[in-house]
Design a protein around this ligand. Structure first.
Ligand SMILES: NC(=O)C1=CN([C@@H]2O[C@H](COP(=O)(O)OP(=O)(O)OC[C@H]3O[C@@H](n4cnc5c(N)ncnc54)[C@H](O)[C@@H]3O)[C@@H](O)[C@H]2O)C=CC1
Ligand SMILES: O=C(CO)COP(=O)(O)O
Length: 490
C-alpha cells in the first residue's frame, strides 16, 4: 500500500514510495533516547533505528544551544536538511511552537528522517498542509491526528458510555482530543434545558442520576453540532430514533470518520430487516462497527465489573476502527473483547430483548428459575437460528462465547428494563406503552417493539411458526393471548 502525496507537491516524488508498513514500523518505535536528540545537530546517514530501552522513561531534553527561526528550540538543520532522527512525542508537545500544525509537522519530520528521505526545509513547511496524508483514514493519519469523539445519544446507556469515553479521552490525551461531545435530545428538566443542566452539573440527572460525568463531556442540543469534526462517532440512541437522527446528520459528518452502533434493536422496513450498523453505514457513508454486551448501564456507571464485545468489519479498516474504539472504551472494570462479526453482535443485542420479555412473563407468572432458564435456552437457540437464516457470515461463537451473546441474555433476563416491564405486564394487565411511561421515567423499552418488528418480518416470509418463542411473545404482548400460554407451543 502506498501513500500518495501528489496534491500540489512536486518536490517530493520519493514520498509516494513510502509504504505504510515502513511508516508504521517507524511509528511503533517513535520514542527515541534523548541522547540521540543531543547529537541531532550532526547529520547522520545511519540506517539504524533508534530505540529506547523498555525501562527508560522519556524525560525532557537538554536545552539546545541554538535555535532556528522556524522552530525555536530545535537544532539548526545542517546544510538545510534535517538530521536523521525520531523526535519523541513529549518533545513535540514541549516545542515552544507547539500548535497543532507544528506537531503534525514534527511528526512528519520524524517519519521522513526514519525513512531516510532528506527533504528541503521549504518542502517540509509545505508538508504541514499535506492533506493527502493527514486527511486519510490510514493508520498514519491516526498517528498524526487526535481522534475527536462524539457520542450521539445521552440516555441511560448513552450517559454511562460518555462517562467512560470522557475518562479515557483524558487518560489517553495523545490519542483523543480533550472534548467528548454528546448529543442530547433537548427537553425541559425542572424548568431548564437538559443540555444546560448537564453542562453545569456534569451529570445527567434525568437519565443517569447520581453519576458524575467528567468535565470534558460537553452536551449539545444539535446532533450535527455534536458530530462536527468528529472522527469517532458513537451511536447510542433508542432504536426508534436512529433514522431521524441519521437524517439530521446526513452530509454533515466527516466521511472518513469511524462509527460504532451500541443500539440494541433492528430496523424492519418494507419487509426487509437491517441492523443499525448497516443503516448508519448506508445513510452516512461511514464504516460502522457494533458494541454490545452484558451491560446494565447503572452497573457500568458505578464501575462494577463487566465485559462487552466490539463486533468489527473485516479488513484493515475494520480492525483499525475496532482498535480505536477499544482504546476509547476499555477500562479495568469494563473489559472490551473483539470479534469480526458486526451482524452477530448487533443481532444478539436486539433479539435478547425479545427473550427478556418472555423471561419477565415467567416472573409475572411466578414460575420460578427453572422456567426462566428454559426460556433463556430456547431463546438463545432462536436468536442464533434467526441470525444465521437471515444474515450472512454470522459466527456461532458470537452467541455462545461472547459477552454480547449468552452473557447479555442472562443479565437482561434477570436485571433489565424489558424483564421488569414484562413482569408488570402480566401482573397489571397494562400495555407496554403505558408501562414504559409509568416505570421508566423517559427511558425506552426496546424488546416489545423488537418483538413486533420481528413478527412483521417473519410474517412477510411465512415463517412465524418456525420461531415459536418469538411468536408467543408477540401474541401475548399484542394479541391478547394469555401469558400462561407462553410455553404451550415450545
Ligand atoms: N440502558 C441500558 O442499560 C443499556 C441500553 N442499551 C441500548 O442502548 C440504546 C440507548 O439506550 P439508552 O441510552 O439507555 O436510552 P434510554 O432508554 O435512556 O432512552 C432515553 C433517550 O432517548 C432520547 N430521546 C427521547 N425522544 C427522542 C427523540 N425523539 N429523538 C432522539 N432521542 C430521543 C432521550 O433524550 C434519552 O436520551 C438502546 O438501544 C438500548 O437498548 C445497551 C446497553 C445497556
Ligand atoms: O441491554 C441491556 C443490558 O445489557 C439493558 O437491557 P434492558 O433494556 O432490558 O434494560
Amino acid at each position: 500500500m502506498l501513500i500518495s502525496a501528489s496534491r500540489g507537491y512536486k518536490e517530493l516524488p520519493t514520498l509516494t514510495a513510502i509504504s505504510l508498513d515502513q511508516i508504521n514500523r517507524a511509528l511503533s518505535s517513535r520514542l527515541t533516547p534523548w541522547t540521540d536528540l543531543a547529537t541531532a545537530a550532526t547529520p547522520s546517514t545511519s540506517t539504524a533505528r533508534p530505540t529506547r530501552p523498555p525501562s527508560q522513561s522519556p524525560s525532557l531534553p537538554p536545552p539546545f544551544q541554538t535555535s532556528s527561526p522556524h522552530h525555536p528550540g530545535l537544532p539548526p538543520s545542517p546544510r538545510g536538511r534535517y538530521p536523521f532522527i525520531l523526535y519523541p512525542s513529549s518533545f513535540i508537545r514541549a516545542c515552544p511552537n507547539s500548535n497543532a500544525t507544528h506537531r503534525t509537522h514534527h511528526k512528519l519530520v520524524s517519519i521522513h528522517r526514519k525513512t531516510r528521505f532528506n527533504l528541503p526545509r521549504q518542502g517540509l513547511r509545505k508538508m504541514s498542509t499535506l492533506t493527502a496524508i493527514t486527511s486519510s483514514t490510514s493508520p498514519l493519519a491516526s498517528a498524526f491526528k487526535k481522534q475527536k469523539v462524539a457520542i450521539i445519544g445521552s440516555g441511560n446507556w448513552g450517559s454511562a458510555i460518555a462517562r467512560i469515553a470522557g475518562n479515557n479521552a483524558l487518560k489517553l490525551s495523545d490519542i483523543f482530543e480533550y472534548e467528548v461531545s454528546m448529543y442530547v435530545y433537548e427537553e425541559d428538566f425542572n424548568g431548564k434545558p437538559l443540555t444546560q443542566v448537564i453542562n453545569e452539573l456534569h451529570e445527567n440527572p434525568k437519565y443517569l442520576p447520581g453519576i458524575k460525568l467528567p468535565e470534558n463531556v460537553v452536551a449539545y442540543p444539535s446532533a450535527a453540532k455534536a458530530a462536527e469534526g468528529a472522527t469517532l462517532l458513537v451511536f447510542v440512541l433508542p432504536h426508534q430514533f436512529i433514522r431521524s437522527v441519521c437524517t439530521q446528520l446526513k452530509g454533515q459528518i466527516n466521511p472518513e470518520a469511524y462509527a460504532i452502533s451500541m443500539i440494541k434493536g433492528v430496523e424492519v422496513k418494507d419487509g426487509e430487516i437491517s441492523i443499525f450498523a448497516d443503516v448508519i453505514e448506508e445513510t452516512l457513508g461511514v464504516e460502522c462497527a457494533a458494541l454490545s454486551g452484558a451491560n446494565i448501564a447503572n452497573e457500568v456507571a458505578e464501575d462494577k465489573f463487566s465485559e462487552t464485545t466490539i463486533g468489527h468489519r473485516e479488513g484493515e479498516k475494520g480492525k483499525e476502527a475496532a482498535e480505536l474504539f477499544f482504546k476509547l472504551f476499555d477500562t479495568p472494570t469494563f473489559k472490551v473483547g473483539m470479534i469480526e462479526d458486526v451482524a452477530g453482535v448487533s443481532l444478539c443485542g436486539a433479539l435478547k430483548n425479545v427473550v427478556a420479555i418472555a423471561a419477565g412473563f415467567t416472573d409475572g407468572l411466578g414460575w420460578g428459575d427453572n422456567a426462566k432458564a428454559a426460556i433463556m435456552r430456547i431463546g438463545l437457540l432462536e436468536m442464533k437460528r434467526f441470525s444465521e437464516e437471515f444474515f450472512k457470515g454470522v459466527k456461532p461463537e458470537t452467541f455462545t462465547e461472547t459477552s454480547a451473546g449468552v452473557a447479555d441474555l442472562i443479565t437482561t433476563c434477570f436485571g433489565g428494563r424489558n424483564r421488569k416491564c414484562a413482569e408488570a405486564f402480566v401482573k397489571t394487565g397494562k400495555s407496554f406503552e403505558v408501562l414504559e411511561k409509568e416505570l421508566l421515567n423517559g427511558q425506552k423499552l426496546q424488546g416489545s417493539e423488537t418483538a413486533r418488528e420481528i413478527h412483521e418480518f417473519l410474517k412477510a416470509r411465512g415463517k412465524v411458526d418456525d420461531y415459536p418463542l418469538f411468536k408467543a411473545v408477540y401474541s401475548i404482548a399484542y394479541e391478547g393471548i394469555d401469558a400462561h400460554d407462553l410455553t404451550s407451543k415450545l
